[in-house]
Ligand binder design. Structure first.
Ligand code: UD1
Length: 417
């Protein structure tokens, strides 16, 4: 099993190019199932989750190849409607193939998904909402068996809770439904806007009609076209935090700073000096980090996917801070590993009380989920001596060439095989 070895402390200096967004690529890849033509996708990140989604699409009959970094997906002969457990077990976003398969074929059998163990993560909102479009389903032996005997028919749906995945699944499914679908209480994450932009580019008819409401007029078919995926704002946020925590000096490139306003604001408040341009951000981390209380929230609030990284940063703050996790009930798995390194973090319900002024001690560590893993890398970067991070397959699911990107800006980090 591969590990990362980090010799700290490291002060990061230089520029980092941000890759394409994993969380925007996954629904867009799933949405290509709607098509009977070729779709060309640019700026996909080279990470394991994307590989898994491509393998899932291939298992469903999509013909896929890379040509000069462009992914060409050809669904002219796509026939299989069964998404197996083998491909769904590691990645929750696999459930996003359910909507397009139902829209295209009227029936599908999809394994219940796996993914990060950061909460119970049910798919009830996906299923209840699809039922409103005319889908009948049952769950049997770990699979969702779903069919739409009369095809999908547009209607009004109000999500009971804001869910990124359910919003995406329903936008994709409704794109080929008969008539008009109105979705209310939608998630507004930039990745959802990227999905809508992609679908409109290939001929769908989707409009935002109010802050959290979307109107989708179903179309009969999807056109051939190309699309370039947005940048990964979580990767960008992680490297901004890396600069802040190491008192480093980084230039974060290939981004849109508008999508990082919340993170930039927090980092300024804890003392970092930041200069924002449209497509890049310059950050200089302060020697003294100020404490701050934070809570995660749906966009435009602080992303839950940056909570673990922010927590490491606040371990280094001058006083104690509180982070309230409002999206996933079990997303504090990084805390016990950080405490093993000398942090003093206690959990009460969905709040973490973080004592500041932590001097981390180098240790051998275990990654538990995608963002928890990267928080351990951040901690190790600030720590004197040799730290080892085990089980980095979690990290490889979502961070492209992390050790190479960090090495280029001065980190002493190596992959051990
Ligand atoms: C997506 C992101 C993930 C991010 C999360 C929240 C992708 C591939 N993943 O995950 O990185 O952390 O958004 O921003 O884009 N819920 C239900 N029933 C459902 C669906 C969700 O109760 O049917 C709950 C979840 O358990 C969670 C909350 O709703 O408590 C939000 O989850 P959701 O927004 O759906 O997250 P994902 O789409 O899984």
């Amino acid at each position: 099993m591969q590990k990362l070895e980090v010799f700290g402390p490291n002060k990061l200096k230089g520029k980092i190019d941000i890759s394409g967004s994993k969380n925007a690529s996954l629904p867009i890849l799933a949405a290509t199932l709607l098509s009977n033509r070729k779709i060309y996708l640019k700026n996909l990140p080279k990470v394991k989750d994307i590989e898994t989604m491509i393998n899932l699409l291939k298992s469903l009959g999509s013909k896929i190849k890379f040509k000069k970094k462009i992914l060409i997906i050809n669904n002219t002969k796509q026939t299989n409607k069964i998404a197996s457990y083998k491909l769904m077990k590691t990645m929750r976003a696999g459930i996003l193939v359910l909507g397009p398969l139902l829209a295209k074929f009227g029936h599908a059998k999809v394994s219940l998904p796996g993914g990060c163990a950061i909460g119970t993560r049910p798919i009830d909102i996906h299923l209840k909402s699809l039922a409103k479009l005319g889908v009948k389903y049952k769950i049997d032996q770990g699979y969702v068996h779903a069919m739409a005997p009369k095809g999908l028919v547009g209607t009004k749906i109000r999500f009971s809770k804001i869910s990124v995945g359910a919003t995406e699944n329903l936008i994709i499914a409704s794109s080929l439904a008969k008539g008009v679908t109105i979705l209310k209480n939608c998630a507004l994450e930039p990745e959802i806007k990227d999905l809508v932009n992609f679908l409109n580019k290939v001929g769908c008819n989707i409009k935002w009609i109010a802050k959290r409401s979307i109107k989708i007029s179903g179309v009969k078919e999807i056109n051939e076209n190309s699309y370039s995926i947005m940048f990964d704002r979580i990767e960008a946020g992680t490297y901004l935090i890396a600069a802040a925590i190491t008192a480093g000096n980084l230039r974060i490139k290939n981004i849109k700073s508008d999508f990082l306003k919340t993170e930039i604001d927090i980092l300024k408040r804890i003392g970092s000096k930041i200069k924002v341009k449209k497509n890049e951000i310059y950050i200089r981390g302060a020697k003294k980090i100020k404490s701050i209380n934070l809570k995660t929230a749906p966009w435009p609030g602080l992303a839950t996917d940056l909570q673990a990284q922010m927590m490491v940063l606040l371990c280094k703050a001058n006083k104690s801070s509180v982070i309230q996790e409002n999206i996933f009930e079990n997303r504090f798995m990084h805390v016990s590993e950080l405490n093993r390194m000398g942090a003093k973090i206690s959990i009460k319900g969905n709040k973490a009380l973080i004592n500041g002024n932590t001097k981390f001690a180098a240790a051998e560590l275990m990654a538990t989920d995608l963002r928890a893993s990267v928080s351990l890398v951040l901690a190790a970067l600030t720590t004197k001596g040799r730290s080892i991070i085990n089980r980095i397959y979690h990290l490889d699911r979502g961070y492209e060439s992390i050790e190479k990107k960090l090495r280029r800006v001065g980190a002493k980090i190596k992959r051990l095989k």
